[in-house]
Design a protein around this ligand. Structure first.
Ligand code: NDP
Length: 317
């Protein structure tokens, strides 16, 4: 196994990882960043990003990630394509294995592995991804203003996304698989009180329908009566939850019951000294590119402070 040593190791290449890299590199810490299996992260699966400050005309998601990568490289970040396969945070310095063949000895680790939106797993969903199918109403809802859309899910995200879309769209169909919603009472109340949201109870998505222009409708099935019906929509939004990409850290880091890494509030510090968590891997509430970038910055500043304190300790030892 190859071995290399590094002051700052960044795992993940979304806005959180690249922002951490820009800050750490500009602080002279020579960070190494491993991209993970989807270089650029979730934003590479969206079209235009219109809500990231500084881009008055919006920016294409993949382009934005390439720009962030270039900016990180400009200050000396080493960017490597590879997947972290295991970690050992039981001692110090930390040990991280990449692609099962390279061991990295890291003084600090910034985890920016993000989260993955859950999909239903039906083929038409993949076929129309970005052509009417989206897992982020806040990102893509604007493109459907004045149109009719469907949202699938029954948790707080689904309730929030349906309510958000109801302000932009003529009508929102909320597809709920049981006869009740999991969302908090207040969010459910908001859904029920919004005249242009129609809830389809006990209903599952059979197929997303469309043509070359994108999504044109959805075929729904009532799982109590077996009855099928088609509704006409141009947008289909998934809101059935996200899964943080944190499985490899679970033996060492404190997490909530769904796998989001717990950080000390107001910081990016985890329960392990010198290990910081930023972006969606530690955020189940906001999950925006701009908030991920903000916490990425916090991760780099926290790592820098940690290293400076360690150096002082060594100097006085
Ligand atoms: P949740 O896990 O809470 O809910 C997921 C929903 O998707 C459930 O209602 C579930 O149905 C449904 N679902 C799952 N799989 C399928 C499927 N294959 N087909 C149809 N429906 C499916 O995820 P959320 O993203 O909504 O919320 C995650 C966490 O974040 C929660 O703790 C939530 O409270 C929090 N949150 C808070 C917000 C706020 O406070 N403003 C906003 C958004 C999220 P079923 O109920 O039948 O299992």
């Amino acid at each position: 196994m190859n071995t290399e040593s590094v002051k700052v190791l960044i795992i993940g290449s979304g806005p959180a990882g690249y922002t951490a890299a820009i800050y750490a590199a500009r602080a002279g810490l020579k960070p190494i960043l491993y991209t993970g299996g989807q270089p650029g992260g979730q934003l590479t699966t969206t079209n235009d990003v219109e809500n990231f400050p500084g881009y008055p005309e919006g920016i294409n998601g993949p382009q934005m990630m390439m720009d962030l990568q270039k900016q990180a490289e400009r200050f000396g970040t080493v960017i490597n394509y590879g997947m972290v396969t295991s970690v050992d945070f039981s001692g110090y310095p930390h040990k991280v294995v990449v692609d099962e063949n390279t061991e990295i000895i890291a003084e600090t680790v910034i985890i920016a592995t993000g989260a993955t939106a859950k999909y239903l797993g039906i083929p038409s969903e993949e076929k129309f991804n970005n052509k009417g199918v989206s897992a982020c109403a806040v990102c893509d809802g604007y493109f459907y203003r004045g149109k009719e859309v469907a949202v699938v899910g029954a948790g707080d995200s689904a309730a929030e996304e349906a309510t958000y879309l109801s302000k932009l769209c003529t009508k929102v169909h909320l597809i709920v698989r049981r006869d009740e919603m999991r969302a908090s009472k207040i969010m459910q109340q908001r859904v029920i009180n919004t005249p242009n949201i129609e809830v389809h109870w006990n209903t599952e998505t059979d197929e997303i329908l469309g043509d070359d222009s994108g999504v044109t409708g959805v075929r729904l099935k009532n799982n109590k009566t077996g009855e099928s019906k088609e509704i006409s929509v141009q947008g289909f939004f998934l809101a059935i939850g996200h899964k943080p990409n944190t499985d490899i850290f679970k033996d060492f880091l404190d997490m909530d019951e769904t796998g989001y890494i717990k950080v000390i509030p107001g910081s990016s510090k985890t329960n392990i000294e010198g290990v910081f968590a930023v972006g969606d891997a530690a955020d189940k509430v906001y999950r925006q590119a701009i908030t991920a970038a903000g916490t990425g910055c916090m991760g780099a500043l926290d790592a820098e402070k940690f290293l400076a304190a360690k150096e002082m300790e060594t100097a006085h030892a």
